[in-house]
Design a protein around this ligand. Sequence first.
Ligand SMILES: NC(=O)c1ccc[n+]([C@@H]2O[C@H](COP(=O)([O-])OP(=O)(O)OC[C@H]3O[C@@H](n4cnc5c(N)ncnc54)[C@H](O)[C@@H]3O)[C@@H](O)[C@H]2O)c1
Length: 406
Amino acid sequence: MTDQNDTPPIGLWLIGARGAISTCVAYGLAGIRHGMLEPVGLTTAEPPLSELDLAPFESFVLGGHDVCARDVSRSAGELVKTGILQPDLVAATASEAATYEANLRPGPLDGPDVGLADLDPRSSELGALPPLQQVARMRADWDEFERANGLARTVIAYVASTEAGRDAQPEWDDLGELEASLERGIEQPASLLYAFAALGSGRPFVNFTPNLGASPKALHALAEREGVPHCGNDGKTGETLLKTVLAPMFRARALRVLSWQGYNMLGNRDGEVLRDAAHRQVKVQHKDDALRSILGNGRDLHTQVGIDYVPSLSDWKTAWDFVHFEGFLGARMSLQFTWAGSDSALAAPLILDLARLAEFAQRRGEGGLMAHTACFFKAPLAGGTHDFHRQYAALVEYATSRMARR
Ligand SMILES: NC(=O)c1ccc[n+]([C@@H]2O[C@H](COP(=O)([O-])OP(=O)(O)OC[C@H]3O[C@@H](n4cnc5c(N)ncnc54)[C@H](O)[C@@H]3O)[C@@H](O)[C@H]2O)c1
């Protein structure tokens, strides 16, 4: 591990900075610094990843963009009420929360504000600017953040609300065409503009959401051209994590899965946004793709994923899955599981892991797709297997190879 005194401060810029995940990142990081929390749920805090020369938690300085004006301490208050943040942690880390709040800037509001509340009027104005002006504003915010805090580099982690799905545009396939379309002022989803702004200015980009972000080929080309690491999409934290752990077992035992029915209930803001069919569509697709790819599409496999908004559950996502399968002699059996997890407490440590891995990759001059981070995502950008065990083995292999090269 790096001696923390030798490590220059590193920026972690959260897009969706006042949301539930970002709030848990901010208070969780402050809690680790105060020695009030153990780094539970952090893959990079355990061997073999902890043996890499990763930036220590203490070196990260937080900032971020959001489109709402809700104070972070209010977001924390909501998480205290639901039992996710402890009141003593919030009280002891008030000064870190105030510093974080001071580092937040309005981001551009994109399209219809389904499920969003307390909107900052400056965000609507920013969203109405031509795309390249929005990009310039983002970069100016990051430059100022780095200057003010003496940062060596900044990782951009995208944890904003789920956007409505859009039809693919021809310019997404070619960097030159995308750049030309931005010059002409053609509108693009905010997630794509954030990714473009980050990668084009040499800042690693982590997309934890199902949103477009850096998925288009044009953005991959930009990351390659600039030699900047990036990864995504859509954090694998709950039901899909379990699916991609269990499905390989059925496959390995040659048990024939006939149906896999999943039903999710969640009550937080993300759930409210996902209530809208256009916003839900991409999420459901990612959850279904992982299963089909492990179990095979060739056979007659019935899968279905449902997501419903149940306000009283707040951040406590509950998923119920029913797996109907066939064994030898045609015997039909079933497995059912119920998962009740705090979505944000599961996601926040992964953001810290990914920020550390992205910073490490950039420091070592590794640009382009971070294929080794696939185990963190429902729809890994580099493709490959969805099998969690194999994905985790690839992460361990990456760590081992980087230790050997020290
Ligand atoms: N929690 C999990 O386990 C998990 C897993 C996978 C993916 N995700 C995704 O992570 C994202 C965040 O989840 P959350 O629970 O923190 O949601 P949240 O609704 O609490 O927070 C999202 C924040 O993004 C802000 N926002 C919306 N549009 C923005 C824009 N254009 N620029 C900047 N900020 C913007 C909102 O105002 C809000 O504060 C969602 O897209 C969710 O689907 C979460």
